[in-house]
Design a protein around this ligand. Structure first.
Ligand code: FMN
Length: 367
């Protein structure tokens, strides 16, 4: 299998990558009280040493009291947490890597199985995280304004600490996606409405505030998904026209790269074409895209949460699509949990040394 095209450089604004492989953002919950530890820094450093082109951090939450449902998810605010992140980026850079934090607000959540709850109720566009499931407050306009500013502050801090980019988490049913979704955004003010143009308003203000904070030359990635964890088959955009109406305004507001989250990268997004989500997003918006979803593995990541293992598989179909120009970057999740050297092994053609994914890798930070 010839993967040499994946090992070509990619440059855009502040991003200068040696290859096209991105570590997908993966929540690890190893940051007690929101503070990334030295082990967290070593975990990312190992992936940089293992030749990952761009590391996206696990989701790390902005400065809102109920942005997280888990005491061990890292914060991206406060001196202690930011000192932890400073160590992370210093170690990643020393190992020749590049990195951006995935900036996150979870929005309305189910309570965490640990029993921990944030000091104030969860907040979201209409208090819902799925139809009929209310578990928090409807955000006031002041809450929304403060949240936009907190996103901007996190991005400014990322740039100040020396990160190479940031990723806005707009996917998977969390806060920003709760605004996109007509089933969880029932607002009648400027942040809600029947059309995606209206429900894009919050995301657009977040993007513009971040752009204002980081300047024009800093690359902004945004992650989006059609699916929700509560509905794997959900499609916010049912055809290319609707996808265009959703994504192009986000790009116009300042997004440089769209990270198109899918469970399985080979699945066509719409009928009558084999283009996947990242393929359509690139054609419609004109910006570079990142694909993701079971690259090099036999099973998908929802199976992983249910305890399923996955075996290594061929990258031929990925290469076919990459060589055709469907997307610019390829994110890999679970293979990098178990094996910091997955990218180096692919580069060297050592496919017999690939280890696949087993659920044990979720329980520790494999160094
Ligand atoms: C343990 C774990 C944690 C994850 N946490 C996040 C997260 O914080 N943010 C996010 O956008 N996606 C998250 N994801 C989804 C991954 O980024 C990725 O899209 C998914 O695992 C599919 O890629 P893969 O098949 O290569 O694993 C997580 C996935 C796993 C397995």
């Amino acid at each position: 299998m010839d993967t040499s095209n994946l090992f070509t450089p990619f440059s855009l604004k502040s991003l200068n990558l040696k290859n096209r492989i991105v570590m997908a953002p993966m929540t690890r919950s190893f940051s007690p009280n929101g503070i990334p530890t030295d082990t967290v820094a070593s975990y990312y450093q190992k992936r940089a040493e293992g030749e990952v082109g761009l590391i996206l951090s696990e989701g790390t939450v902005i400065n809102r009291a109920s942005a997280s449902n888990d005491a061990n998810v890292p914060h991206f605010y406060g001196n202690e947490a930011l000192n932890g992140w400073q160590k992370v980026i210093n170690e990643v850079h020393a190992a020749g890597g590049k990195m951006g934090p995935q900036i996150w607000h979870m929005g309305i959540m189910d309570n965490h199985h640990s029993g921990w709850v944030p000091p104030v109720p969860f907040e979201g566009p209409s208090g819902l995280n799925r139809p009929g499931n209310r578990n928090g407050n409807t955000m006031s306009e002041k809450d929304i304004e403060d949240t936009i500013i907190a996103f901007g502050q996190a991005a400014a801090d990322a740039k100040r600490l020396g990160f190479d980019t940031i990723e806005i988490h707009g996917a998977h049913g969390y806060l920003i996606d709760q605004f996109f979704n007509p089933e969880t955004n029932l607002r009648t003010d400027i942040y809600g409405g029947k059309t995606i143009k209206e429900r894009n308003h919050f995301a657009i203000e977040v993007i513009k505030e971040i752009r204002k904070q980081v300047g024009n030359d800093f690359a902004i990635i945004m992650r989006v998904s059609q699916f929700k964890p509560s509905d794997y088959n959900y499609k916010l955009a049912k055809n290319p026209q609707e996808l265009d109406a959703w994504l192009t305004p986000l790009v116009d507001a300042g997004v440089d790269i769209l990270h198109c989250s899918q469970r399985r990268f080979w699945e066509p997004e719409f009928e009558k074409s084999d283009l996947n989500f990242a393929g359509w997003a690139k054609i419609l918006t004109g910006v570079p895209t990142i694909t993701v979803g079971s690259v090099g593995l036999s099973g998908d990541f929802f199976g992983a949460f249910a305890g399923e293992s996955s075996e290594p598989t061929s990258l031929d179909e990925l290469n076919r699509r990459f060589d055709r120009g469907d997307f610019d970057l390829v994110a890999v999740g679970r293979p990098l949990l178990s094996d910091p050297n997955w990218v180096a092994k692919i580069k060297a053609g050592k496919t017999n040394e690939l280890v696949g994914f087993s659920k044990e890798a979720l329980g520790e930070l494999v160094l």
